[in-house]
Design a protein around this ligand. Sequence first.
Ligand code: UD1
Length: 423
Amino acid sequence: MAYYRINGGKPLEGQVTISGAKNAALAIIPAAILAGQPCVLENLPLIEDVQVLARILRTMGAEVELNDNGCMRIDPTKINNFDVTFDMVSKLRASYYLLGAMLGRYGHTALLLPGGCHIGNRPIDFHIKGMRALGATVEIKNGIVYAKADELHGAEIYLDMASVGATINIMLAACRADGMTVIANAAKEPHVVDVANFLNMMGASIKGAGTDVIRIRGRKELHGCNYAIIPDQIEAGTFMIAAVATKGNVVINNIIPTHLEAISAKLMECGAHITEGDDGSEFYLQVQGGDRLRAVNIKTLPYPGFPTDLQQPIMALLTMSKGNSYIVENIFEDRFNHVPELIRMGASINVNGRTAIIEGVDRLYGASVQATDLRAGAALVIAALSAEGTSIIRNIHFIDRGYENIEQKLRALGADIERVEED
Ligand code: UD1
């Protein structure tokens, strides 16, 4: 098992380039199953979840080649294993996209219930409701989802919550359904739009992605294409917060500024300086932390609100702000597992239901802590980079799932971070 040793207190300085978006990649890889020809994906992040998904597709019979530049060629035409119930599937949440992709392409599948970070109950009832509305029979027995449809047909589907996963899963199946599907109260996250753009490149007809209502006209066939994934909003936000927390000065390259507006707004409210630039070929943000930052209140909300995936990282910053900050977690009911670890480092935080009250302290101190999930891991890295003294962060396999080369990127910005391999 590996761990991080971090000597804190060094401002991050320099430039960092953001990788492709994890949550777009994890949907677009299964979406490639819908094509009758190979697809080539570029700008994929080289993270553990992408590697696991590639192994799952290979076990299903697809040909998948992934090179060191984040370029993946997927030939789905040889898929011959529709029984997706092997253990690997439960390693990640995004394996739920195989439900929509397999139903759309082959009309049946058996899928082990997905895994992923433990940040709440995380049911998939909206996904199942969507598949049933499209004409599939879906049953869950012994932790396996059995889905079958002689023919999928378009339907009007209202989502009780704007679920990212359910919106994308329904889009995948609906692309190959007969007729028009309308998803109301659809999720608007940037990766929903990216998946829709990819499917449209394959010949699908999807309109309205990025708004509350998405309309999908089903097609009999989809073809292969080349597609480059958007930059990762959450990785960019993590580096922005780390820059501010360490009182650093970092240029964040390969970003889409509009995806980062909620984060920039909150960091500026804290007192950080953020300027947007365009070097002629891509946008960048220059992020500078100041002296002691002000407390702010945050409510996590669906896009374009403040993303739940950055709630944990920004809490690490707010532990060192001046005054009391309130964070309300509206998306997941149990996303405060990082709090006891931040308290070990000297933070003062009280949790009451979905609200965390953070009383800013002068400084955090290095400690031995454990990541409990992916973004909790990112929060602890930020806390350790800003703390006085040395921290040890264990369970970093969670961080490997979602951040490409995080220690190399941080070292290039001047951080004193070392990955130590243990027996
Ligand atoms: C995705 C992201 C995750 C991010 C989250 C919210 C992936 C692989 N993961 O997760 O990083 O934190 O979006 O932006 O892309 N819900 C139900 N029933 C369902 C589906 C969802 O009740 O069938 C609830 C969830 O419990 C949660 C809310 O809806 O309270 C939003 O969840 P959702 O947007 O679906 O998140 P995920 O797709 O799991």
